[in-house]
Design a protein. Structure first.
Length: 289
Protein backbone atom coordinates (compact mmCIF):
# COMPACT_ATOMS: atom_id res chain seq x y z
CA UNK A 1 0.00 0.00 0.00
CA UNK A 2 1.19 3.49 -0.83
CA UNK A 3 1.57 5.89 2.10
CA UNK A 4 0.67 8.84 -0.15
CA UNK A 5 -2.98 7.76 -0.26
CA UNK A 6 -5.00 9.47 2.44
CA UNK A 7 -7.13 6.38 2.98
CA UNK A 8 -4.17 4.14 3.85
CA UNK A 9 -4.17 4.95 7.58
CA UNK A 10 -7.92 4.41 7.97
CA UNK A 11 -7.76 1.21 5.94
CA UNK A 12 -5.02 -0.25 8.15
CA UNK A 13 -6.90 0.56 11.35
CA UNK A 14 -10.33 -0.52 10.09
CA UNK A 15 -9.42 -3.67 8.17
CA UNK A 16 -6.52 -4.99 10.27
CA UNK A 17 -7.27 -3.35 13.64
CA UNK A 18 -3.70 -2.17 13.97
CA UNK A 19 -2.58 0.02 16.84
CA UNK A 20 -2.53 3.71 15.94
CA UNK A 21 1.18 3.92 16.81
CA UNK A 22 1.95 1.09 14.42
CA UNK A 23 -0.13 2.71 11.69
CA UNK A 24 1.59 6.06 12.25
CA UNK A 25 4.99 4.41 11.83
CA UNK A 26 3.88 2.52 8.70
CA UNK A 27 2.70 5.69 6.93
CA UNK A 28 5.33 8.11 8.22
CA UNK A 29 7.16 9.81 5.35
CA UNK A 30 10.62 10.21 6.87
CA UNK A 31 11.53 7.12 8.85
CA UNK A 32 14.61 5.69 10.50
CA UNK A 33 15.42 1.98 10.50
CA UNK A 34 14.06 0.42 13.66
CA UNK A 35 12.30 -2.61 15.15
CA UNK A 36 9.20 -2.67 17.31
CA UNK A 37 8.03 -5.96 18.86
CA UNK A 38 4.44 -6.66 19.98
CA UNK A 39 2.83 -9.81 21.25
CA UNK A 40 0.79 -10.21 18.07
CA UNK A 41 3.44 -9.14 15.57
CA UNK A 42 6.63 -7.25 14.79
CA UNK A 43 7.18 -4.02 12.88
CA UNK A 44 10.35 -3.68 10.82
CA UNK A 45 11.50 -0.48 9.13
CA UNK A 46 14.56 -0.56 6.88
CA UNK A 47 16.11 1.76 4.30
CA UNK A 48 16.61 0.17 0.88
CA UNK A 49 18.05 1.20 -2.48
CA UNK A 50 15.71 2.87 -4.92
CA UNK A 51 16.87 2.81 -8.54
CA UNK A 52 15.29 5.11 -11.12
CA UNK A 53 15.77 3.71 -14.62
CA UNK A 54 19.42 2.89 -15.32
CA UNK A 55 20.80 5.44 -12.85
CA UNK A 56 23.28 4.38 -10.23
CA UNK A 57 21.56 4.16 -6.80
CA UNK A 58 22.47 6.90 -4.36
CA UNK A 59 22.20 6.90 -0.54
CA UNK A 60 20.11 10.09 -0.50
CA UNK A 61 17.51 8.27 -2.63
CA UNK A 62 17.15 5.31 -0.28
CA UNK A 63 13.51 4.69 0.61
CA UNK A 64 11.91 2.94 3.54
CA UNK A 65 10.62 -0.62 3.58
CA UNK A 66 7.84 -0.72 6.18
CA UNK A 67 6.59 -4.10 7.33
CA UNK A 68 4.10 -5.37 9.86
CA UNK A 69 4.37 -9.13 10.26
CA UNK A 70 2.21 -11.55 12.19
CA UNK A 71 2.30 -15.33 12.19
CA UNK A 72 -0.34 -15.32 9.43
CA UNK A 73 0.10 -12.13 7.41
CA UNK A 74 2.49 -9.52 6.05
CA UNK A 75 1.51 -5.88 5.55
CA UNK A 76 3.88 -3.69 3.55
CA UNK A 77 3.58 0.04 2.94
CA UNK A 78 5.74 2.09 0.60
CA UNK A 79 6.50 5.57 -0.65
CA UNK A 80 8.23 4.25 -3.80
CA UNK A 81 8.91 0.91 -5.44
CA UNK A 82 11.72 -1.11 -3.89
CA UNK A 83 13.39 -3.85 -5.90
CA UNK A 84 13.40 -6.59 -3.17
CA UNK A 85 9.65 -6.20 -2.57
CA UNK A 86 8.86 -6.26 -6.29
CA UNK A 87 11.03 -9.35 -6.73
CA UNK A 88 9.23 -11.24 -3.96
CA UNK A 89 5.85 -10.15 -5.36
CA UNK A 90 6.82 -11.54 -8.77
CA UNK A 91 7.88 -14.83 -7.20
CA UNK A 92 4.60 -15.07 -5.28
CA UNK A 93 2.67 -14.55 -8.51
CA UNK A 94 4.58 -17.51 -9.97
CA UNK A 95 3.86 -19.60 -6.90
CA UNK A 96 7.53 -19.63 -5.88
CA UNK A 97 7.54 -17.13 -3.04
CA UNK A 98 8.20 -17.51 0.70
CA UNK A 99 5.84 -19.80 2.59
CA UNK A 100 5.65 -17.88 5.88
CA UNK A 101 5.94 -14.26 7.05
CA UNK A 102 9.27 -15.15 8.62
CA UNK A 103 10.52 -16.51 5.29
CA UNK A 104 9.27 -13.33 3.64
CA UNK A 105 11.28 -11.17 6.03
CA UNK A 106 14.43 -13.26 5.58
CA UNK A 107 14.08 -13.14 1.78
CA UNK A 108 13.44 -9.39 1.84
CA UNK A 109 16.51 -8.64 3.96
CA UNK A 110 18.62 -10.92 1.75
CA UNK A 111 17.47 -9.12 -1.41
CA UNK A 112 18.04 -5.74 0.21
CA UNK A 113 21.62 -6.63 1.14
CA UNK A 114 22.33 -7.85 -2.38
CA UNK A 115 21.55 -4.33 -3.57
CA UNK A 116 23.80 -2.88 -0.88
CA UNK A 117 26.57 -5.27 -1.91
CA UNK A 118 26.43 -4.12 -5.54
CA UNK A 119 26.59 -0.50 -4.47
CA UNK A 120 29.52 -1.12 -2.11
CA UNK A 121 31.39 -2.89 -4.93
CA UNK A 122 30.82 0.12 -7.20
CA UNK A 123 32.23 2.42 -4.54
CA UNK A 124 35.22 0.09 -4.07
CA UNK A 125 35.92 0.22 -7.81
CA UNK A 126 35.72 4.02 -7.79
CA UNK A 127 38.08 4.34 -4.82
CA UNK A 128 40.51 1.94 -6.51
CA UNK A 129 40.37 4.04 -9.68
CA UNK A 130 41.04 7.20 -7.68
CA UNK A 131 44.00 5.50 -5.96
CA UNK A 132 45.49 4.51 -9.32
CA UNK A 133 45.13 8.02 -10.72
CA UNK A 134 46.61 9.64 -7.60
CA UNK A 135 49.56 7.24 -7.82
CA UNK A 136 50.23 8.71 -11.27
CA UNK A 137 50.09 12.23 -9.76
CA UNK A 138 47.19 13.09 -12.06
CA UNK A 139 45.17 14.68 -9.25
CA UNK A 140 43.25 17.00 -11.54
CA UNK A 141 41.39 14.03 -13.02
CA UNK A 142 39.90 12.86 -9.71
CA UNK A 143 39.43 15.91 -7.48
CA UNK A 144 35.96 16.56 -8.90
CA UNK A 145 34.83 12.98 -8.14
CA UNK A 146 36.30 12.60 -4.66
CA UNK A 147 33.73 14.75 -2.87
CA UNK A 148 30.88 12.80 -4.49
CA UNK A 149 32.43 9.45 -3.55
CA UNK A 150 32.98 10.56 0.04
CA UNK A 151 29.36 11.74 0.18
CA UNK A 152 28.13 8.35 -1.04
CA UNK A 153 30.21 6.51 1.57
CA UNK A 154 29.02 8.74 4.42
CA UNK A 155 25.39 8.59 3.26
CA UNK A 156 25.37 4.81 3.01
CA UNK A 157 26.97 4.42 6.43
CA UNK A 158 24.39 6.78 7.90
CA UNK A 159 21.57 4.52 6.69
CA UNK A 160 23.25 1.17 7.38
CA UNK A 161 24.38 1.80 10.95
CA UNK A 162 20.82 1.73 12.40
CA UNK A 163 20.06 -1.42 10.41
CA UNK A 164 22.85 -3.21 12.23
CA UNK A 165 20.89 -2.88 15.47
CA UNK A 166 17.68 -4.03 13.78
CA UNK A 167 19.21 -7.17 12.26
CA UNK A 168 21.08 -8.00 15.45
CA UNK A 169 17.82 -7.86 17.40
CA UNK A 170 15.95 -9.90 14.79
CA UNK A 171 18.57 -12.65 14.77
CA UNK A 172 18.06 -13.13 18.53
CA UNK A 173 14.30 -12.47 18.64
CA UNK A 174 12.07 -15.25 19.97
CA UNK A 175 8.68 -14.68 18.39
CA UNK A 176 5.97 -16.69 16.67
CA UNK A 177 6.71 -14.89 13.40
CA UNK A 178 10.24 -16.33 13.19
CA UNK A 179 11.35 -19.94 13.30
CA UNK A 180 14.90 -21.17 13.90
CA UNK A 181 15.79 -21.17 10.20
CA UNK A 182 14.54 -17.61 9.81
CA UNK A 183 16.72 -16.51 12.71
CA UNK A 184 19.74 -18.27 11.21
CA UNK A 185 19.23 -16.53 7.88
CA UNK A 186 18.79 -13.18 9.58
CA UNK A 187 21.96 -13.81 11.56
CA UNK A 188 23.81 -14.47 8.30
CA UNK A 189 22.40 -11.22 6.92
CA UNK A 190 23.55 -9.42 10.05
CA UNK A 191 27.08 -10.76 9.51
CA UNK A 192 27.02 -9.60 5.88
CA UNK A 193 25.84 -6.16 6.93
CA UNK A 194 28.70 -5.89 9.41
CA UNK A 195 31.13 -6.74 6.62
CA UNK A 196 29.69 -4.05 4.36
CA UNK A 197 29.86 -1.47 7.13
CA UNK A 198 33.49 -2.37 7.86
CA UNK A 199 34.29 -2.16 4.14
CA UNK A 200 32.73 1.30 3.92
CA UNK A 201 34.63 2.45 6.99
CA UNK A 202 37.88 1.23 5.44
CA UNK A 203 37.01 3.01 2.19
CA UNK A 204 36.38 6.22 4.11
CA UNK A 205 39.81 5.90 5.74
CA UNK A 206 41.39 5.30 2.31
CA UNK A 207 39.72 8.44 1.02
CA UNK A 208 41.20 10.40 3.94
CA UNK A 209 44.65 9.04 3.07
CA UNK A 210 44.15 9.93 -0.60
CA UNK A 211 43.14 13.45 0.38
CA UNK A 212 46.37 13.81 2.37
CA UNK A 213 48.38 12.46 -0.58
CA UNK A 214 46.74 14.93 -2.94
CA UNK A 215 47.43 17.77 -0.51
CA UNK A 216 51.12 16.80 -0.38
CA UNK A 217 51.31 16.57 -4.19
CA UNK A 218 49.74 20.00 -4.54
CA UNK A 219 52.09 21.42 -1.90
CA UNK A 220 55.10 20.03 -3.77
CA UNK A 221 53.84 21.49 -7.04
CA UNK A 222 53.30 24.85 -5.37
CA UNK A 223 56.81 24.70 -3.91
CA UNK A 224 58.25 23.81 -7.32
CA UNK A 225 56.42 26.73 -8.93
CA UNK A 226 57.64 29.07 -6.20
CA UNK A 227 61.19 27.84 -6.77
CA UNK A 228 60.92 28.48 -10.52
CA UNK A 229 59.65 32.00 -9.95
CA UNK A 230 62.44 32.63 -7.44
CA UNK A 231 65.03 31.36 -9.94
CA UNK A 232 63.67 33.60 -12.68
CA UNK A 233 63.66 36.58 -10.33
CA UNK A 234 67.23 35.83 -9.23
CA UNK A 235 68.40 35.95 -12.85
CA UNK A 236 66.38 38.84 -14.21
CA UNK A 237 66.25 41.28 -11.31
CA UNK A 238 70.02 42.05 -11.50
CA UNK A 239 69.71 42.31 -15.27
CA UNK A 240 66.80 44.71 -14.92
CA UNK A 241 68.81 46.77 -12.45
CA UNK A 242 71.87 46.85 -14.70
CA UNK A 243 69.99 47.69 -17.90
CA UNK A 244 68.00 50.31 -16.05
CA UNK A 245 71.19 51.80 -14.63
CA UNK A 246 72.79 51.99 -18.07
CA UNK A 247 69.64 53.50 -19.45
CA UNK A 248 69.66 56.47 -17.06
CA UNK A 249 70.48 59.50 -19.21
CA UNK A 250 71.91 61.98 -16.69
CA UNK A 251 75.46 62.67 -17.83
CA UNK A 252 75.17 60.81 -21.11
CA UNK A 253 74.80 57.07 -21.71
CA UNK A 254 77.68 54.97 -20.30
CA UNK A 255 80.03 53.67 -23.03
CA UNK A 256 78.10 55.65 -25.64
CA UNK A 257 81.39 56.96 -27.05
CA UNK A 258 83.08 53.55 -26.95
CA UNK A 259 83.13 51.28 -29.97
CA UNK A 260 82.95 48.25 -27.64
CA UNK A 261 80.26 49.66 -25.34
CA UNK A 262 77.49 47.30 -26.48
CA UNK A 263 79.67 44.23 -26.17
CA UNK A 264 80.90 45.38 -22.77
CA UNK A 265 77.32 45.64 -21.50
CA UNK A 266 76.46 42.27 -23.05
CA UNK A 267 79.47 40.65 -21.39
CA UNK A 268 78.52 42.07 -17.99
CA UNK A 269 74.92 40.78 -18.37
CA UNK A 270 76.15 37.34 -19.43
CA UNK A 271 78.49 37.24 -16.44
CA UNK A 272 75.62 38.08 -14.09
CA UNK A 273 73.47 35.32 -15.62
CA UNK A 274 76.33 32.82 -15.32
CA UNK A 275 76.95 33.75 -11.69
CA UNK A 276 73.22 33.48 -10.87
CA UNK A 277 72.91 30.08 -12.54
CA UNK A 278 76.02 28.86 -10.76
CA UNK A 279 74.65 29.98 -7.40
CA UNK A 280 71.32 28.26 -8.09
CA UNK A 281 73.10 25.04 -9.08
CA UNK A 282 75.20 25.12 -5.91
CA UNK A 283 72.12 25.75 -3.77
CA UNK A 284 70.29 22.81 -5.40
CA UNK A 285 73.33 20.58 -4.98
CA UNK A 286 73.56 21.50 -1.29
CA UNK A 287 69.75 21.07 -1.01
CA UNK A 288 69.36 24.56 0.42
CA UNK A 289 66.41 25.13 -1.89
Amino acid sequence: MCIRHRETSDFLMDEFALDDLIVAALVEEDTRSRLRVHDDGIMVLLKAMHVEGQDMPRPEKMVSMRLWLTSQAVISTREADVAPVLEIAARLNRGEGPATPGNFLADLVDGHLKGVERFVEQIEDEVERISTVVARYDVGAVCSNMADTESQISGLLRHLEPQRTVLESLSDLRHDVLDDRDRMRLDDSYTRLLRYIETLQNLRERMDILNHQIARIQDRRLGRSTYIFAAVATIFLPLSFLTGLFGVNLMGLPFSDSATGFWTLTTICAAIVAIALTLLAVCRWQKWI
